[in-house]
Write a protein that binds this ligand. Structure first.
Ligand SMILES: [Zn+2]
Length: 109
């Protein structure tokens, strides 16, 4: 697999996720908005959804940054846990994964 292509893909993803985080932050702050009580209540609910979306986006961004570092260090193609090479199809699907399928299952279980 072409390393430069992977790097570009990770950088694109990074830009996309960073943009998403900025948009969520803006939404949560509701700058300049005034609302009556019922609107405020539903906004609070909405904020919780936005916040969890924001948190998972932050986690995704951290993974993407880690993957770029792994690429720089030349360890990108190998599982962080057991050192086996990660199948290309898996990296196609999850370009920021640091683990082979077996280890990912162990870690997530
Ligand atoms: Zn592994």
């Amino acid at each position: 697999m072409d390393e430069e292509k992977i790097r570009q893909r990770l950088l694109d993803l990074k830009a996309e996720v960073s943009g998403r985080i900025r948009a969520i932050d803006r939404d949560i702050r509701h700058e300049g908005m005034t609302a009556d009580w019922s609107e405020q209540a539903s906004e609070r609910e909405n904020d919780e959804v936005l916040e969890s979306l924001g948190n998972s986006s932050e986690a995704e961004l951290a993974q993407i940054k880690a993957a770029l570092l792994r690429l720089d260090e030349g360890i990108y193609f190998h599982c962080d846990e057991c050192g086996t090479s990660i199948p290309e199809e898996r990296l196609e699907l999850l370009p920021f994964t640091a683990h082979c399928v077996a280890c990912a299952e162990k870690i997530e279980a």
